[in-house]
Ligand binder design. Sequence first.
Ligand SMILES: *Cc1c(COP(=O)(O)O)cnc(C)c1O
Length: 356
Amino acid sequence: MSRAHNFSAGPAALPLETLQEAQQEFLDFAGSGSSVIELSHRGAEYVEVDRQARERLTRILGLGDDFEVLFLQGGASHQFMMVPFNFLGTSQTADYINTGTWSKKAIKEAKLFGRVNVAYSSEELNFSRVPADSELTLTEGAEYVHFTSNNTIFGTQFRKEPETAGVPLVCDASSDFLSRPLDVNRYGIIYAGAQKNAGPAGLTIVIIRKDFLQKGKKDGIPTILNYNTHLGTMFNTPPVFGVYMFNKVLAWIEKNGGLAQMESRNAHKAQLLYNEIDADDFYSGTTEPASRSHMNVTFRLKDEELNKAFLQEAEKRNLKGLKGHRSVGGFRASIYNACETESVEALVAFMKEFRR
Ligand SMILES: *Cc1c(COP(=O)(O)O)cnc(C)c1O
């Protein structure tokens, strides 16, 4: 068996030991004689998985009693609609920070429900940066400020939460969720599709602060789209395999030093790549240095004629998933938590070799 150096943007690499554990217990989970995907989600075995995942997430993020954790489906894209459905009335305003394709999609949905103020946009710069606090044009009394903490396609990331003068943040954290500690009390909602940094596709993690939820709309929301429906109970069948794998990834994060350790390891991996990109003008980064992502490292060759050769040769060295998104071109190395430092080192070694 030869495992790839996997730089896929999503679904993405998961910690090897979580896959091995799942493989080992796949046919007979917890002595049940069945796989975890063949058991009732209301049975004792799965209820325990669900409980562990919530408990671990709460511990890892340091969530107080004032937060609810929901395991939903539909991806982050579903939250683009569900957030304003619950929190943005026709005469209310929300601020949205437009830093990429995903932010734009969130804005489009929000406009169906209420007033949207775009507090900042880097669209004219092909989303090559995120704003400083001083560049935000915020609305006084906004319901919330929505931002995308890491822009998966363009390779930019907020180094810290935007300053909003007390207005709750709503964050699409899909591609850097659990990659570093968060100041959780600044948030009304944090949502993330699991498939970038936390588990397999199919699970969407939503963390919601109770006092923020209180301010939501009270009626006119279809049952399954109302956050209140999902509090403290499984309204319908959850994505059981997703939660099961997520629980294993959480255990792996705890075993490996928690979010502080994830953050320093991710920063180190990113630095290895950016150092190589900046070494001379053979490669160039596609984003402003101060906005560079520690999750998705985007770069290109000065001579784009060589793009195909770069990808082909990389492939031969077992370096996979490096093709950049079509809206940026070039390359993208996605180096989420589970991407090993040695995979990044192998990529850097190849970049040197290719330059020679
Ligand atoms: C991948 C991604 C999405 C889309 O996620 P789906 O689960 O496919 O809906 C949204 N936002 C960000 C930041 C992403 O990286």
